[in-house]
Design a protein around this ligand. Structure first.
Ligand code: ADP
Ligand code: MG
Length: 723
């Protein structure tokens, strides 16, 4: 069956139609068969006209309540007017106006048709007229009391086919491909499919309790009843869940088949020295996750672990302890950050946390000390050569940088652990590529600050085991968040800037975040640059204010960030370059300009930059979006709670599936068409178990259907994830 399913659509449809399907991301016969109706209308039930909305392509079963024919006006004295037929449909619960335009003889012909039968099936796009929904020139077919088609004119053949099956599928459609054309094409594809094998072995289908593939296709495209249609859809959703989980399961298996050098935790090394000098007590969660990690590092198989935890939950310390354990065991660790600013921040944080322990084996340094180096793309050639040398010689126990670190030119003496911070920005494929670089696999620890529901974690991070830091270290200060309505209460914006000045006067620091660098094209003309200018010469005159955004040269960025961290700047006006990882405990206030431009998780992350020290934080979200709009609701949600898990779920509900899974899954070759990771969490969990069983039964991936599925998912090519 595989060959036929992979055949281009033009093999079964006309080239022109095939081309139009591309707009629906349907390119092969298989794509078309997996393009299934969103819902079904049954010929015996009336559609609820009360809920009809403008812009929808719909099919409604209704009867004609009233017809009013207005014949053409020749314009003798007034303006000429085309004739029209005004029809009012009803289904008992609501009404829908339908209009036909044309010459008198046509209007009369339509009128006759409509007067036949007891009701009809009307298909078309809902528009509006004088604010009321209406359909213009729907296609229709009238039915008699027994539900049979009245009349049998040639052009109604396709409508008849539709109406005669028990259920009419409503497909995701376009203007050029109305639902009945999609239905017809799906049937053509169905009929042309050769009888061949199901890709999944029988034991698997039985355990999953799913229909065979051919039966499933028939069930979704030509169902006799809703239960059958749902059975078909279930099988097709299972395919997506299973293919993803199978790929992850083979990856886990593959990773565990690779040898890793065990890094056994040693006593009295740099890790113990570090623990002894820590200025705080580790939380129970940090200790527990630490032991799990040490145990896994000591194994002959590479660790593949995801550490998730709220912003500020102390992931960095956990990761650093893992790196130190590897250093004690004679290896090196690499820490990868998504941006250079963050890499530099990590470098500073880690140097600060380590103190003398991170200064290299210089005279007078503790003899367990190691060297921590930062490698960035913008270093001078000489500095870069020096850093590369220290990585290659093994002198540097900890090497920090962006993923450019994994380019071929960076050599490590003995890379034992890769820590990847804020993994959300990397795709699954990218992570695989990165680990493949080393001959003996390094252990991998991924850190993410975005709390992820389990089903999503299994789908995106399915090749990793998950640890969670649930508690935030004691002493973390509360953050109060207020939405400032700049349109309704402009005076509050003035008050916000005053508040900034007060905060600065009491010795603390403030972030002001703006969504854009330059204001050109924005509603108020304000980007970071313009806003900073206005504040400098206005409400924040006299305050030491710095500007930070991604287009500044690295030296400038480092300088500004460094000055702010050192307390030499009071206010930092910045884009989201400060979103993750930036740690300035003295920063107690954040003002977000045009806050409605940000998503929930992003705002939550941003807000996590304050309240990290001894003082409580305040976050002001400035917006001109009025209450009642969804962008404003998001802000109110963020203001209402600081529970990251709650906000993450809210966020996921509001976003498109592709956004949830990252760019890799939202491209034209997405492997997820029907599966909804939140809604179908149970199915995903079941698929994961069956995938594990499958790998146990067929560790070499010799089942052709398995190999195809894995290949197809892995083929989501690099480039697609690079957003
Ligand atoms: P995350 O990376 O999870 O956002 P960090 O590791 O950056 O969190 O920790 C945030 C802040 O809390 C840092 O200043 C860090 O030094 C501090 N911290 C970490 N663990 C603890 C702890 N157990 N007790 C007190 N402070 C801690
Ligand atoms: Mg961090």
């Amino acid at each position: 069956m595989a060959a036929a399913l992979h055949a281009p659509l033009s093999d079964v449809l006309g080239a022109k139609t095939a081309k139009e399907f591309a707009a629906l991301r349907v390119n092969t016969v298989g794509d078309l068969l997996r393009h299934i109706p969103r819902r079904y209308l049954s010929g015996t039930e009336l559609t609820d006209l009360a809920t009809i909305t403008e812009g929808e392509h719909v099919a409604v079963f209704a009867r004609v309540a009233r017809i009013n024919r207005v014949d053409a006006h020749d314009g003798g004295r007034g303006r000429p007017r085309p004739g029209r037929l005004e029809v009012l449909l009803t289904d008992g619960s609501g009404h829908l106006a339908v209009t036909f335009f044309g010459r008198s003889h046509l209007l009369r012909w339509w009128e006759d048709q409509l007067n036949n039968g007891v009701g009809g099936l009307f298909v078309g796009k809902v528009g509006s007229f004088r604010d009321q929904p209406q359909m213009t020139h729907p296609e229709f077919v009238m039915l008699d009391a027994a539900g049979r088609i009245v009349g049998k004119s040639e052009e109604k053949a396709r409508m008849a086919t539709l109406a005669q099956s028990g259920l009419v599928g409503m497909y995701p459609a376009t203007a050029r491909l109305p639902t009945w054309t999609v239905a017809e094409c799906a049937r053509l594809a169905l009929a042309s499919l050769p009888v061949t094998d199901d890709p999944w072995p029988e034991w698997l289908r039985e355990r999953a309790g799913v229909l065979g593939l051919a039966d499933a296709f028939a069930a979704v495209h030509a169902p006799l009843d809703l239960a059958q249609a749902e059975g078909g859809a279930h099988r097709l959703r299972f395919d997506e869940a299973f293919a993803t989980q199978l790929t992850m399961a083979y990856r886990r298996n593959d990773a565990s088949a690779h040898a890793a050098t065990p890094r056994v935790r040693l006593a009295d090394g740099i890790l113990d020295a570090f623990d002894a000098q820590l200025p705080f007590r580790l939380t129970d969660g940090q200790v527990a996750v630490g032991s799990t990690i040490f145990e896994e590092l000591a194994r002959h198989r590479p660790m593949q672990r995801l550490l998730q935890g709220e912003v500020g939950s102390g992931k960095t310390v956990v990761a650093l302890r893992a790196m130190l354990a590897v250093v004690d065991a004679g290896g090196q660790a690499a820490l990868l950050a998504p941006t250079e600013v963050l890499a530099a921040q990590h470098y500073q944080t880690i140097r600060r946390l380590l103190g003398d322990l991170g200064g290299g084996r210089m005279l007078g340094a503790p003899d367990v000390a190691t060297d921590v180096v930062l490698l960035t793309g913008s270093m001078s050639a000489a500095a870069r050569r020096e850093t590369l040398l220290r990585a290659a010689s093994g002198e540097a126990g900890i090497v920090i940088g962006t993923h450019a670190l994994l380019s071929d030119r960076v050599q490590f003496a003995d890379l034992g652990l890769i820590v990847i911070d804020e993994q959300h920005r990397f795709g699954v494929e990218q992570r695989a590529a990165l680990v493949d670089k080393a001959a003996a696999r390094p252990h991998v620890l991924v850190l993410t600050a975005t709390p992820i529901p389990r089903s999503v974690a299994m789908t995106i991070f399915g090749d990793l085991s998950v640890s969670t830091l649930a508690e935030v270290p004691a002493g973390r200060q509360p953050i109060g968040t207020v939405v400032v309505d700049a349109a309704l209460r402009p005076a509050w914006v003035e008050r916000a800037w005053q508040r900034v000045v007060e905060e600065v006067s009491s010795g603390r620091q403030v972030f002001i975040v703006c969504p854009r660098i330059g204001g050109q094209g924005s509603a108020d003309g304000l980007g970071v640059v313009e806003l900073a200018e206005q504040l400098r010469s206005g409400p924040l005159a006299g305050v030491r204010l710095g500007v930070l955004h991604g287009q500044l040269p690295t030296e400038v960025k480092d300088q500004v960030m460094g000055d702010f961290a050192a307390g030499d700047l009071d206010v930092l006006v910045a884009t989201t370059v400060i979103e993750v990882g930036v740690d300035v405990p003295n920063a107690t206030m954040m003002v977000v300009w045009d806050a409605d431009r940000f998503g929930i998780s992003q705002l939550h992350q941003l807000r996590g930059r304050i309240g990290r020290g001894e003082h409580p934080g305040v976050c002001l979200l400035i917006t001109a979006v009025p209450p009642g709009e969804s962008a404003r609701d998001r802000l109110d949600a963020v203001a209402a709670t600081t529970d990251g898990f709650q906000l993450a779920e809210l966020d996921l509900e509001q976003r498109r599936e592709g956004d949830v899974l990252g760019a890799s899954q939202s491209g034209t070759r997405s492997s997820l068409r029907l599966l909804r990771v939140l809604e179908h969490a149970d199915l995903i969990a079941e698929a994961r178990e069956l995938a594990e069983e499958s790998v146990r039964r067929d560790p070499a991936c010799q089942t052709p259907g398995f190999a195809d599925a894995v290949r197809e998912i892995s083929m989501l090519a690099p480039g697609e994830w690079d957003s």
